[in-house]
Design a protein around this ligand. Structure first.
Ligand SMILES: [Zn+2]
Length: 392
């Protein structure tokens, strides 16, 4: 590890110096949960904190009122620290994004206090709507990541992990159009849209033997016909598919679409498809994740590299990880197995003392990792080499 001890110490002191403010910020956001794209108070409070520490904050990044950005240092290399701050309906901050926010702004301010010593630039990105809105995807499309060398964030969890999988996901809607006729007087003149719709499910089920491990395909009928005595003119269904990799997801989506086309052909009806993209899988850059892990260990945490025994969700950080090398490590705010993200007990922990303590550690570890990335050309080479060699 090439981060000078006095630089690490300066980072830790900067975070410690802001501890009271950061704790209050985490708790204020927790007490005022805001849903995706409506994080007006949280983004304002976070921007105020960063501004009070002497940085200019750009609001409304990528056309999203609750996205923001701040920069410190100059030129390349550039490293981004990402904040999330949206909450969930009903259960509030049960994903602990208030801690992601406090950890990220704390990390930025601390990294900014030493970036002049190592050169390069630290960029803070406030990213809205992780819970189903995909704010990071809008930022990718707007070119926000174009000049970024690596991106990082942390997420609260029930254990310390350097990397965990996130499933790639997609929604596909099928609309079938047939020919109506009287179901009793002239069934022979109709073409049933419903038959094609139901055949799609049967054909998809038949293809499951060809799915790789981790694939999920599940659907429901959204329109099953118009009346009992009419051969259904219209029918529709929706499928969601998930997979461990984007490549497998594309393959499985292709199979599902093929089934719908085959079913439509068998019934001689038309089918229209609509694809709505979810999030991409997470490509964890282990060279950078291990750097995060080494700093976490220095601060008394014991992260495992990964843990296949626990389930996975999806995140728009996955999309970021396909654009620049990225990490999404996890730090515990509860004992392993005690509570999981999106549960009320997890929300309690995110608003309590253990949550704040973890956010402080996260701020230090993220800042140290960001500064080491800027300072160490060898680390940057390893990160890029792993990135170039990734499966696509
Ligand atoms: Zn989350």
């Amino acid at each position: 590890m090439s981060l000078a001890p006095e630089v690490a110490l300066a980072i830790d002191r900067a975070v410690d110096g802001a501890e009271a403010e950061l704790g209050a910020l985490a708790q204020r956001i927790h007490a005022n949960p805001e849903l995706r794209f409506e994080e007006h108070q949280a983004s304002a409070w976070l921007s105020e904190f960063v501004g009070a520490h002497g940085h200019t904050v750009e609001r409304g990044v990528a056309g999203m009122p609750t996205a923001f950005r701040a920069r410190s240092g100059q030129g390349s290399p550039r490293v981004a620290i990402l904040a999330e701050y949206d909450a969930l309906p009903g259960v509030g901050h049960a994903c602990g994004h208030n801690l992601i926010a406090a950890g990220a702004v704390g990390a930025f301010v601390a990294a900014a206090s030493v970036v002049g010593k190592v050169g390069g630039e630290v960029v803070l990105l406030g990213t809205p709507a992780e819970e189903g809105g995909g704010g990071k995807i809008t930022m990718i499309d707007a070119g926000v990541f174009a000049d970024i060398g690596a991106a990082m964030m942390f997420h609260p969890f029930d254990r310390d992990l350097l990397a965990h999988r996130a499933l790639a996901s997609v929604w596909v809607t099928f609309e079938f159009h047939g020919k109506p006729s009287h179901a009793a007087i002239a069934p022979h003149s109709g073409h049933s849209a419903l038959t094609a719709c139901l055949d799609t499910f049967r054909l998809v089920d038949g293809q499951r033997v060809h799915f790789r491990d981790g694939v999920r395909v599940h659907g429901f009928v959204t329109d099953g016909g118009q009346a009992v005595n009419i051969v259904p003119e219209r029918a529709a269904c929706e499928f969601s598919a998930r997979a461990l990799t984007s490549a497998e997801l594309d393959r499985v989506r292709g199979i599902v679409e093929r089934c719908a086309r085959a079913a439509a052909m068998a019934s001689d009806v038309e089918v229209k498809m609509q694809v709505r993209h979810g999030y991409r899988d997470m490509v964890n850059n282990m060279s950078l994740a291990r750097c995060f892990g080494a700093h976490a260990e220095q601060l008394g945490r014991r992260p495992r590299e990964t843990d296949d025994s626990i389930g996975a969700g999806s995140t728009d950080m996955g999309d970021v990880s396909h654009v620049v090398p990225a990490i999404h490590p996890w730090l515990a705010i509860v004992d392993a197995g005690a509570a999981q993200c999106h549960e009320r007990r997890f929300a309690e922990a995110a608003g309590g003392e253990s949550g704040t303590r973890t956010a402080m550690v996260a701020a230090k570890v993220l800042a140290r990792t960001a500064i080491e990335y800027l300072a160490d050309a060898g680390l940057r080479e390893a990160v890029s080499a792993e990135w170039s060699a990734r499966a696509r």
